[in-house]
Design a protein around this ligand. Structure first.
Ligand SMILES: *Cc1c(COP(=O)(O)O)cnc(C)c1O
Length: 450
């Protein structure tokens, strides 16, 4: 019986012909072969052979899956603005337009148009970095982890770097400060205790082998209670009194006063430099709201050394990043970040507006949905704790919160929500208002429960 059914399994060619136009597709045969292998297993197990139409349909679906890009857009309704797993900062329309223009054709990436001679890619962002951070000079590399690695290797290889025990952190995705230090060839010297470190701890740990003092501003957690940490200017005094460098890994690297948005103060790049950091390092795609990159700013002699180092070539950024970073920094230079940069548009959206959007989503979701008060988290290793007041839609579905969350994720585009107390929460604050209709439509059209 089973061997009879096996003989009836259509050939790859037969299915390809039935796929019509899709059958000509180079991936068509591969999709059909995979489906037929599955069919064969089914026949062996149960003796049942699906109809040709069913096999063709499955092949068409398999082909569609193969053709679908692996990296696709999702709607972030999770209520975390900077989600590393979801690609961190969305770019401004201005940045996207600039990237698209540069991507389409050629550019003056390393070409001086006035002189007709070779130019430097670093020049495109240097002036804007100086203007927006107040730094003497700046250099951009692939990401902040690369920036930290490079700075340590160039200025502390074979020597010691002092770091507070309270700052020996994992930032996420297995990125650990002690590992980066080791890889760079610098030797880590731990100072103080997890909760309390004093300037005098650094001073007494300083030896003739010490090259620098590294401050790590990792605020994805907070040690509360009996704590002490010297100010950055105290650290600068210690480092400079010993003829060493103060390196400040800011993580997020904020350029604006977050308190304007009702968010806990996040140290700004300007503050870091004003307090005496010789070099400050930060990410481009956290609170800056730009493309993935790592920006090093500070003393011009140090930045010049970095720029001339072979690692600057190995870790260099591409033209698309330069285009996006340029326009992002220009938004700050013009004082237009609130209107133009999505991270600040999200953080700054009035609660009443968010609530109105949440109400319309709740209306679309129907029975079992209501609007609740909640908090949007900034994320990206920045600003722990409080977050920004928001209004979420809480949806209860009798099939369970896991089922509903999966249902929302599985559509195109996937909608990422969070689960809280058996409910699915969707936060409009982290969603582009241009996607509101789409979210409402998906909530409205979810398959009915029995
Ligand atoms: C996020 C973070 C990094 C890593 O930055 P990437 O741009 O992701 O490489 C390094 N240090 C701190 C303190 C961070 O918060």
């Amino acid at each position: 019986m089973s061997s009879d059914a096996r003989r009836m399994i259509p050939s790859v060619d037969a299915v390809l012909r039935a796929l019509d136009g899709d059958g000509q597709h180079p991936l068509g045969a591969e999709a059909v072969r995979a489906v037929l292998a599955d069919v064969r297993k089914g026949v062996d197990a149960s003796g049942e052979l699906p109809a040709l139409e069913a096999i063709v349909l499955r092949s068409r679906e398999a082909l569609a899956t193969m053709e679908r890009p692996s990296l696709r857009r999702v709607i972030n309704a999770s209520g975390v603005i900077l989600q590393t797993n979801l690609g961190r900062a969305p770019l401004s329309d201005r940045a996207i337009a600039a990237m698209s223009e540069v991507a389409r054709g050629y550019s003056n990436l390393e070409f001086d148009l006035a002189e007709g001679t070779r130019g430097s890619r670093h020049e495109h962002v240097r002036e804007l970095i100086r203007r927006t951070t107040g730094a003497e000079d700046g250099l951009v590399v692939n990401n902040n982890a690369a920036a930290l690695f490079m700075v340590l290797q160039v200025f502390a290889q074979g020597r010691e770097v002092l770091v507070s025990r309270g700052q020996m952190v994992e930032i996420g995705g297995g990125f650990r400060i002690p590992d980066v230090l080791r890889q760079s060839g610098a030797t880590l010297v731990e100072v103080g205790t997890t909760n309390r470190t004093y300037a005098s701890d650094y001073a007494s740990a300083w030896s003739e082998r010490t090259a620098a003092l590294l401050r790590v501003h990792a605020s994805n957690f907070r040690v509360v209670g009996f704590t002490a940490e010297p100010s950055l200017s105290e650290l600068a005094d210690v480092a400079h009194a010993h003829g060493g460098l103060l390196l400040d890994d800011l993580g997020s690297g904020c350029l604006v006063d977050t308190e304007r948005y009702g968010i806990t103060h996040e140290p700004t790049v300007r503050e870091s430099l004003a307090a005496g950091a010789d070099l400050a390092l930060f990410s481009g795609d956290k609170l800056l709201g730009g493309p993935q990159c790592g920006i090093v700013v500070g003393r011009d002699d140090l930045v010049a050394t970095l720029r001339a180092h072979p690692l600057a070539r190995a870790l260099r950024i591409d033209k698309l990043t330069i285009a996006a970073l340029n326009t992002t920094l220009m938004s700050y230079a013009e004082g237009r970040e609130c209107e133009e940069i999505p991270v600040w548009q999200m953080a700054g959206m009035p609660l009443a507006t968010v609530r109105r959007r949440a109400r319309s989503w709740a209306h679309a979701a129907g029975a079992g949905a209501r609007v609740i008060d909640a908090r949007t988290m900034v994320g990206g290793g920045s600003l722990p704790g409080e977050g920004v007041p928001t209004a979420c839609v809480a949806v209860v579905d009798e099939r369970g919160a896991d089922w509903l969350a999966r249902e929302l994720r599985s559509g195109e585009p996937g909608i990422v929500a969070r689960i809280d107390n058996g409910r699915v929460l969707l936060d409009p604050r982290t969603v582009d208002p241009r996607d509101d209709r789409l979210v409402a439509a998906r909530l409205r059209s979810r398959p009915p429960a029995k």
